[in-house]
Design a protein around this ligand. Structure first.
Ligand code: IPM
Length: 357
């Protein structure tokens, strides 16, 4: 298969982790005779520094022509001042909006080999396997905004169509899993949540084999870390999905492990859920696994299931052998970002022989 991949490393640790994912994709291309071409473009703070804007036209054009976008991370504390108008995050939000990447999928899996890395109890998290469907192009992130020194507002608006398209995807995903869908909202307070409930309940009649439960965000925020195994597919709006998926990373042991796919009707993007972690830049301590697993989701998206499985086996083996960066590692203290990437690359070339050396 031929794939043109736009690579947007972004800021902070983004370039380091993305380089490992590209390395892994190149190894896959070699072993399975695919032709993957990579074109790098700038986004976020690094784009602001070079061009004055977080999402330059050239980057949009590179992504538009690509079959898939591989995104790293963005952000820089330099732009934290609330009076700043141009911010790195606008680059990521701009990409999501420009390419209408409405459906964000975030798997949360408690790896057997990492159960004791979580701050939660092993017996609570063992066996967790959740798929979070987060709406990505609407809601409070994109509603009308107003800011002054005395008053500020963000409007949370959803249309029926925006809810329907992600809901169908989430129900279909549940059909292929444990057939349970949890809609997370705040329907006791928010009008937008009441529309979500109404629309999702209507759509549920088309998927009679899936059990739908509707729950409030405050309750799910608690339940997620008390008994995460009760969840199968979680469907939710933009901001609740952002918060819940970051909370869910506690189950897995590190936010450096959580990957995501952002799916639109004509474009797709794959990105780790973590941010730019500026303090760790170029120290070799950033965990590349979320980026590598995002690359595996890219392969899955194009139907390259054997290839994606091989990448995941490589990740599993790295975790089993403690070939992990310091956020997870207890056994060795000097495993760098690059070393993790190299190990998984070697595994792809020689699955039966790769060991730590
Ligand atoms: C994420 C991030 C982004 C978000 C930020 C960087 C804008 O937290 O992808 O989860 O809030 O969506």
């Amino acid at each position: 298969m031929k794939l043109n991949i736009a690579v947007l490393p972004g800021d902070g640790i983004g370039p380091e982790v993305t380089a490992q994912a590209v390395k892994v994709l190149k190894a896959i291309a070699m072993e399975f005779n695919h032709v993957f071409t990579f074109k790098t473009a700038i986004v976020g703070a690094s784009a602001i520094e070079k061009t004055g804007v977080p999402l330059p036209e050239e980057t949009i054009s590179t992504c538009d022509k690509a079959d898939a976008i591989l995104f790293g991370a963005i952000g820089n504390p330099k732009y934290d001042d609330p009076s700043v108008d141009v911010r790195p995050e606008q680059g990521l939000l701009g990409l999501r909006k420009t390419f209408d990447l409405h459906t964000n999928i975030r798997p949360v899996i408690a790896y057997e080999d990492l159960l004791n890395k979580s701050s939660l109890k092993v017996k609570q998290i063992k066996g967790t396997n959740i798929l979070i469907y987060r709406e990505l192009t609407s809601g409070i992130y994109f509603g009308d905004k107003h800011y002054s020194d005395t008053e500020a507002s963000d409007v949370c608006k959803y249309t029926r169509k925006e809810i329907e398209r992600i809901a169908h995807q989430a129900f279909k995903a549940a059909q292929g899993r444990k057939k349970k869908l949890t809609l997370v909202d705040k329907a006791n307070v928010l009008a937008s949540s009441r529309l979500w409930r109404k629309v999702v309940k209507e759509i549920a009649t088309e998927y009679p084999d899936v059990t739908l439960e509707c729950r409030y965000i405050d309750n799910v925020a608690m339940a997620l870390i008390i008994n995460p195994r009760q969840f199968d597919v979680i469907l939710t709006e933009n901001m609740f999905g952002d918060i819940l998926s970051e909370e869910a990373s506690v189950i897995v042991g590190s936010i450096g492990l959580l990957a995501s796919a952002s799916i639109g009707d004509n474009h797709v993007m794959f990105e780790p859920i973590h941010g730019a972690y500026t303090k760790a830049t170029n120290k070799g301590i950033a965990n590349p696994i979320a980026s590598i697993l995002s690359a595996a989701m890219l392969l899955d998206h194009f139907g390259l299931y054997d290839e994606a499985s091989l990448v995941r086996e490589g990740v599993d083996k790295a975790l089993k052998l403690h070939i992990t960066t310091p956020d997870l590692n207890t056994k060795y203290d000097n495993i760098s970002t690059t070393k993790v990437g190299d190990f998984i690359e070697d595994f792809i070339h020689n699955p039966d022989e790769t060991n730590l050396n």
